[in-house]
Design a binder for this molecule. Structure first.
Ligand code: GLN
Length: 535
C-alpha cells in the first residue's frame, strides 16, 4: 500500500511549496522509491485552461492533454513521475463531479453536503491518482495558505484520509515562514506558531515543519518552535534560500529530511545519491563556461510565472551546453512601438513563446522577421511558429495582409486557420488540440538533426493550424516543412532553409525538458546561440 505525504503551507503564499513538494519527490526517488504527486487547487475553475496568465501563470499540459497547474511542471522536471489529469484536483472539478452525480440521482434521498460528499470526492480523487500509479509514496500538495476558506474541504479530506489509511501510513509536512526582522536582528517564530495553531484547530498536527528562512535557524530557535508547536526539534527543518531551485533537494537532504521522512513513515530504502544532480545540474548552473543571451519576446513578460516551463527549458539547455542563459524579456508591444532593432540587436537567439489574442502580435511578427533577416537563431513555439509563417507569407511570398484567422477573420491570406472540426466548438474549456501527438520528421532537417530520429511525440495546446491550402506556395519560396502529424497531414515544424537555425514548432517542447535531460530543440537552439560571436 502507498504511503502519503501531505504538504500544506502557512503564513504567506509563494513559499515555494511546489518546489518543496517536487524536491521531496526527488529525495524519495533518490532512496529508490517510486512516487507520484498530486496538486489540489482550491479555485472553482475546473482547470486553469480558461484563466489568464495574469491570474494563474503558465498552464502546464500533460501527455494526456490535461491543462494543469504549473506545479505539475516542477513535479515532472524534478522526478520521473508520469502525471496526467488525475494529478491535478480542483474545487471546480470536485463540485462538477458531485453535482453531476446529484443530477443523475446517485445520492437519491440525501442532502448533498460539503462533509461528507465533497470531502469524499476529494479523497476518492487522491486515492484514484495513487492507485493508478502504483507507487510507494504519494505526495499531495494542498494549494493556498492554511486559514483560507477555500482550502478547508481539502484540509478536512486529508485529515480524514490519514485516519483511514492509518497514522503510520501518512505524514503531514507544513511549510512556513520564519521571517528575519532586520531592525530587531531577530528571527521570528510567532507566525509559524500561529499557523500550526490554525492547523491544529482543524485537527491536523504536522509531523514535520519546513521553515523557509533567509538565515540559518539556530538550535534555540528550532527548539522554541518545536516546544510551542508540540513536536521534536529534529522535525523542525530549516529551508534556506538557495541560488537555484535545483539546489533545493540537495539542501533538504543536507538537513536530513529524507531520512526523517522515511523513519517517520517506517519505510526501508536504499540510499542512492544525488551525485549527477549535484555535479551536473547544480554545478553547471552555478559555474557555466559561456553565456548565451536570449530574448524571449512575449506579452506576459513582467510575470515571473507566465512562461515558467520555457524559462526552465532554457536553463536546462544551458546546462547541456555549459552555458548560462541570460534571458532578456522583451514586451512585443514595445517592439511594435519602437521597432525590433533596439531590443534584439545584441541578442544571440530569439524565442517567441505561445500565446493567445491579437495584442502584441505585430511585434512578434517583427521579431520573427528580424531573426530571419539577421540570421539570428530563432525558436518559435506554437504561436511563435504561427507568427513566423505569417511573416514569411507576407514578406517572402508577397501575401500582403496574410494573417491567422484568430487575429483577422477577413484576411485575404489565412495562412493560419481553424480546422473544420474546431469551427463548431462553442465551449472554451478543454476543447483545444491538447496533449501528446506523433510527428514524423524530415531527414536532413535541423529538427531531425536535433532529435537524431524520425518519430517523436510532443505536447500540444492550440486551436489554430498552418493552413494546408498555402503549404505549397510557402514551400516553393523556401519554407521547409520539417515535421508533420501524419494521420491528418498537419504541419508541426517549419524551418527556413536559408538560415543558420530557424525553427518553429506547433507543439510545446518546453513541457518535456528536464534539468538533466534538456529538450533536443532547446539544446540545439542554445548550442547555436552560444557559439555565435557577440554582435
Ligand atoms: N493562439 C494560438 C492557437 O490557438 C496559439 C496557441 C499557443 O501558442 N499555445 O492556435
Amino acid at each position: 500500500m502507498s504511503k502519503y505525504i501531505f504538504i500544506t503551507g502557512g503564513v504567506v503564499s509563494s513559499l515555494g511549496k511546489g518546489i518543496a513538494s517536487a524536491s521531496i519527490g526527488k529525495l524519495m526517488e533518490s532512496r529508490g522509491l517510486k512516487v507520484t504527486l498530486i496538486k489540489c487547487d482550491p479555485y472553482i475553475n475546473v482547470d486553469p485552461g480558461t484563466m489568464n496568465p495574469f491570474q494563474h501563470g503558465e498552464v502546464y499540459v500533460t501527455d494526456d492533454g490535461a491543462e494543469t497547474d504549473l506545479d505539475l511542471g516542477h513535479y515532472e522536471r524534478f522526478t520521473n513521475a508520469k502525471l496526467g489529469k488525475e494529478n491535478n484536483i480542483t474545487t471546480g472539478k470536485i463540485y462538477y463531479s458531485v453535482i453531476t452525480k446529484e443530477r443523475k440521482g446517485d445520492y437519491l434521498g440525501k442532502t448533498v453536503q460539503i462533509i461528507p460528499h465533497i470531502t469524499d470526492e476529494i479523497k476518492e480523487g487522491i486515492k484514484k491518482a495513487a492507485s493508478k500509479n502504483q507507487v510507494d509514496v504519494v505526495i499531495v500538495e494542498i494549494g493556498g495558505t492554511v486559514g483560507d476558506i477555500e482550502s478547508l474541504p481539502f484540509l478536512e479530506a486529508i485529515r480524514q484520509l490519514k485516519l483511514e489509511v492509518g497514522l503510520s501510513y501518512a505524514l503531514n509536512i507544513h511549510v512556513t515562514l520564519v521571517p528575519f526582522i532586520k531592525s530587531a536582528g531577530e528571527l521570528k517564530t510567532k507566525p509559524t506558531q500561529h499557523s500550526v495553531g490554525t492547523l491544529r484547530e482543524i485537527g491536523i498536527i504536522p509531523d514535520i515543519l519546513l521553515c523557509r528562512c533567509e538565515k540559518n535557524i539556530p538550535k534555540e530557535a528550532r527548539e522554541k518552535i518545536a516546544l510551542f508547536c508540540n513536536m521534536d526539534s529534529e522535525a523542525v527543518i530549516p529551508a534556506l534560500d538557495v541560488k537555484t531551485i535545483y539546489e533545493v533537494p540537495l539542501m533538504l537532504k543536507n538537513e536530513g529530511l529524507d531520512s526523517l521522512i522515511l523513519r517517520k513513515l517506517n519505510m526501508k530504502s536504499v540510499d542512492l545519491d544525488l551525485k549527477n544532480w549535484k555535479d551536473f545540474v547544480v554545478a553547471r548552473i552555478k559555474n557555466p563556461s559561456r553565456v548565451s543571451k536570449i530574448a524571449v519576446v512575449g506579452k506576459y513578460i513582467d510575470l515571473q510565472d507566465a512562461y515558467k516551463s520555457i524559462y526552465e527549458a532554457l536553463i536546462h539547455a544551458g546546462i547541456a551546453n555549459d552555458a548560462r542563459v541570460d534571458i532578456t524579456r522583451v514586451d512585443s508591444e514595445d517592439i511594435e512601438a519602437c521597432g525590433p532593432e533596439k531590443y534584439l540587436k545584441s541578442v544571440q537567439g530569439i524565442l517567441v513563446p505561445g500565446g493567445f489574442g491579437y495584442r502584441g502580435i505585430e511585434g512578434k511578427i517583427k521579431a520573427a522577421e528580424f531573426a530571419r533577416e539577421n540570421k539570428i537563431p530563432y525558436l518559435g513555439i506554437c504561436l511563435g511558429m504561427q507568427v513566423a509563417v505569417i511573416e514569411f507569407a507576407r514578406n517572402i511570398c508577397g501575401f500582403k495582409k496574410a494573417n491567422s484567422t484568430e487575429f483577422d477573420k477577413k484576411t485575404p491570406y489565412p495562412v493560419i486557420s481553424l480546422l473544420e472540426e474546431q469551427k463548431g466548438i462553442k465551449n472554451m474549456g478543454a476543447t483545444m488540440r491538447l496533449g501528446l501527438y506523433p510527428c514524423t520528421l524530415k531527414k536532413g532537417s535541423r529538427a531531425f538533426a536535433s532529435y537524431g530520429r524520425a518519430n517523436i511525440n510532443e505536447r500540444h495546446r492550440h486551436r489554430y493550424e498552418l493552413n494546408n491550402k498555402y503549404r505549397q506556395a510557402l514551400e516553393q519560396k523556401g519554407l521547409l516543412v520539417a515535421g508533420v502529424y501524419p494521420e491528418k497531414d498537419l504541419v508541426e515544424i517549419i524551418e527556413h532553409k536559408d538560415h543558420p537555425w530557424f525553427i518553429g514548432c506547433q507543439f510545446h517542447p518546453e513541457f518535456k525538458s528536464k534539468p538533466d535531460k534538456a529538450h533536443p530543440i532547446f539544446r540545439e537552439f542554445i548550442k547555436q546561440s552560444s557559439f555565435l560571436k557577440k554582435r
